[in-house]
Ligand binder design. Structure first.
Ligand SMILES: [Zn+2]
Length: 457
């Protein structure tokens, strides 16, 4: 590879080779190791993962009564040598388990060197909000894998990055912002161009007008939004002449989206599979387009109905273990997505392949004017109001929504009113909302989870 971005040097007189210190140097040291570990054979990768995971298990058993009790119940000895067969005896943790356990999953004794705790909330792929704690160390690895993605795609850091995603507290109307750099992963390490961002609650036509003005080199957004953007641009013949690639996050990428990106803007769509709980789970191979599991970050299993590992070509449930989270250890956590095991990639990397990921899909919200908008129903704040376990929203007409809920206990009238007010304010429109309670919300026949469905033709 001849990727050679410009490093920020701590000692200005030291131009070649550059000298750097601090967090940037730590990220670069991790990237250096990732460059080597990606070429290990699959057996060695599994052995190193189990070695690392054994430390997480022992820590969980020693410091968290919740895990100690679960291991005991399952007859699992966290101090015994960890083999692939032994691993399969560990109990599987569901999203409902994490919701119910809440703060009981937090270790009261996190090693000091792991840094500060950050709480993160996610609705996940199946509309089931959970809250977990991570550490500065987890964040460090998130950044290191972001750098791997940049390196694999050989992005030019001098370019301008445009980001269209949901912000936790969006301004109304959405306000564009500009930053002098690309953000935390490259901070203190590489000289970058600026980044610009706009909250995804902006109408599609406003997003396109903003993109035209900004004329970015790189774009990051959600696949459903990308499909609407590219359809709009194809219809109106709008191009983005500087654009080099588009990164997709948060939802499932379809072949139509890739085709649209090529047709509308002449650029590739680079898929990423990540979650708030784990960071990067899989990244797209720049050589063959396969999704490589990020085995140095997470131990990923794809299990069949009998909890046995699937063979290549088979589709099963994704069960994931974080290798570095000692705050809220997530051990054999069933994230709620399904995937198909792929054969090894022809690039030669030992990182396993997911041939297909079946996770969250989302339609766009449609208004009477024909305007489309990415729907944010405020799901992350649902559990502040009521014990909502899972949610799915269906747009029935330009003014009506049907919201399906799975709840731990029946909601009071006041909780229902608050929930409806939250959805209306999150979507920025006073929709007429009907709530429906179900014991569970099924997936579509194809295995996808439709978090927002639009039935308006
Ligand atoms: Zn590959």
């Amino acid at each position: 590879m001849n990727w050679n971005p410009q490093l920020i040097r701590t000692i200005p007189e030291c131009a070649w080779p550059g000298f750097m210190g601090g967090d940037g140097a730590a990220r670069l040291a991790s990237l250096f190791q990732l460059e080597q570990s990606q070429w290990l054979d699959p057996e060695t990768i599994t052995a190193r993962q189990l070695h690392q995971a054994a430390g997480v298990l022992r820590h969980a058993a020693q410091t968290i009564p919740f895990y100690r009790a679960r291991f005991q119940e399952a007859g699992f000895d966290p101090h015994a040598p960890l083999t692939p067969a032994h691993w399969l005896h560990l109990p599987i943790l569901s999203r409902a388990d994490v919701q119910l356990a809440g703060p009981k999953l937090l270790s009261p004794s996190i090693p000091k060197q792991h840094g500060n705790i950050n709480w993160t909330q996610t609705s996940g792929s199946t509309g089931q909000p959970v809250r977990v704690a991570t550490t500065s160390l987890v964040n460090h690895f998130w950044c290191a894998f972001t750098l791997r993605d940049h390196q694999w795609s050989q992005r030019d850091f001098q370019g301008k990055l445009a980001v269209l995603r949901a912000s936790p507290n969006p301004a109304s109307p959405p306000q564009p912002t500009t930053s002098p750099s690309w953000g935390i992963a490259t901070h203190g390490l590489y000289q970058t161009g600026p980044s610009v961002s706009l909250d995804i609650s902006a109408n599609v036509s406003d997003q396109v007008a903003w993109l035209k003005r900004e004329n970015p080199d790189y774009l990051l957004t959600y696949p459903s939004n990308l499909l609407a953007l590219t359809n709009h641009c194809l219809h109106h013949g709008i191009t983005l002449p500087n654009l080099k690639d588009v990164r997709a996050v948060g939802e499932i990428v379809t072949p139509a989206m890739r085709e649209n990106c090529k047709q509308a803007w002449g650029v590739p769509l680079i898929d990423t599979y990540s979650s708030q709980e784990f960071g990067y789970i899989a990244l797209q191979c720049h050589e063959h387009g396969q999704m490589h599991i990020q085995s140095e970050n997470v131990l990923v299993e794809i299990l069949d109905a009998d909890d046995q590992p699937c063979a290549p070509g088979q589709t099963g449930r994704l069960v994931i273990t974080s290798l570095h989270n000692f705050a809220t250890p997530l051990i054999r956590y069933e994230i709620g997505d399904h995937a198909t095991v792929g054969p090894p990639c022809a690039c030669g990397r030992g990182l396993p392949v997911l041939a297909e990921i079946l996770g969250r899909t989302r339609n766009m919200l449609v208004f009477e004017s024909g305007e489309q908008r990415w729907p944010n129903v405020g799901m992350l704040r649902f559990r502040d109001i009521a014990p909502v376990q899972q949610c799915q929203t269906i747009q029935k007409s330009h003014t009506q929504l049907h919201v399906r809920l799975v709840v731990e206990t029946p909601l009071t009238h006041t909780q229902e009113e608050k929930l409806i007010a939250l959805i209306q304010s999150s979507l920025g429109f006073p929709f007429e909302i009907e709530l429906e309670y179900l014991p569970e919300i099924p997936r579509s026949k194809s295995g996808k989870y439709e978090v927002f469905l639009c039935e308006v033709s």
